[in-house]
Design a protein around this ligand. Structure first.
Ligand code: URA
Length: 227
């Protein structure tokens, strides 16, 4: 891929377009063996090596991170009051990263962070029915009748019933531990589905999305880069 030197450096988070132009004209940028002073020169990301203040700056067109989202942070790129999932990614280079879909502030688990819009669309498009699996602790005794209701589709107050969902009961008592797989992404969907059968989600964690599985070695707040 070919792009202007100033865009290359700005994309990689060296500074704003104005700041990197200044750095270039001041002689702080080298391309291969040569100090260059023209921000508009074209860089071939496959062949050229770019250095800022002597440090090589590799170009990443796309970045992908698997985050185990902790409770207490919001799935947004910025927020006035809370820290966001992007604040947790220390190594990020690109400025155009975003979370693929949203988890509630109190939900934990798998969240993909990327700047790949096409992948995000494939994972989130309602037409594609991508499977999302959650584990949850439920206040109340979850029953086979609940599992049947989830299979049939529930009225959660929207225009249409929920699509069939698979509810696996892992343990059932005053509190129950379950795994549920849904193929939609409605607002607070899992919580509202349990409300519809008279129960409350007290802990929720996403463990997979499509064929992406949460790496269970990641503690809440930890992430790893995906290639
Ligand atoms: N369903 C919910 O209720 N909350 C989430 O964060 C994800 C799915």
């Amino acid at each position: 891929m070919k792009l202007r030197l100033d865009k290359y450096l700005a994309d990689m988070g060296i500074g704003t377009r104005t700041e990197v132009k200044k750095a270039i004209t001041k002689g702080q940028v080298r391309v291969n063996e040569e100090t260059v002073k023209r921000p508009e020169i074209k860089i071939d990301t496959e062949k050229d090596h770019v250095f800022y203040q002597g440090q090589m700056v590799a170009y990443a067109e796309y970045e992908y991170y698997m985050l185990n989202k902790p409770a207490g942070v919001v799935s947004a790129t910025e927020d006035k009051n809370d820290s966001t999932v992007l604040d947790l990614i220390d190594e990020k280079q690109r400025k155009d990263l975003f979370p693929v879909g949203r988890l509630d502030k109190d939900t934990e688990g798998l969240l993909l962070i990327t700047n790949d819009g096409a992948l995000s669309h494939d994972l989130l498009s309602p037409a594609k029915h991508v499977k999302k699996t959650y584990e949850a602790m439920i206040d109340g005794h979850v029953t086979d009748a609940d599992a049947e209701a989830f299979r049939q589709g529930l009225d959660i107050g929207d225009d249409t019933l929920t699509r069939p969902a698979e509810l696996e009961i892992l343990s059932a008592n005053e509190q129950s531990f379950i795994r549920v797989t849904i193929t939609e992404g409605r607002f607070h969907q899992v919580k509202r589905m349990f409300q519809a059968v008279g129960k409350e989600v007290v802990y929720l964690k996403r463990i997979s999305m499509g064929n992406l599985l949460l790496d269970e070695t990641l503690k809440p707040g930890e992430y790893r880069e995906l290639k």
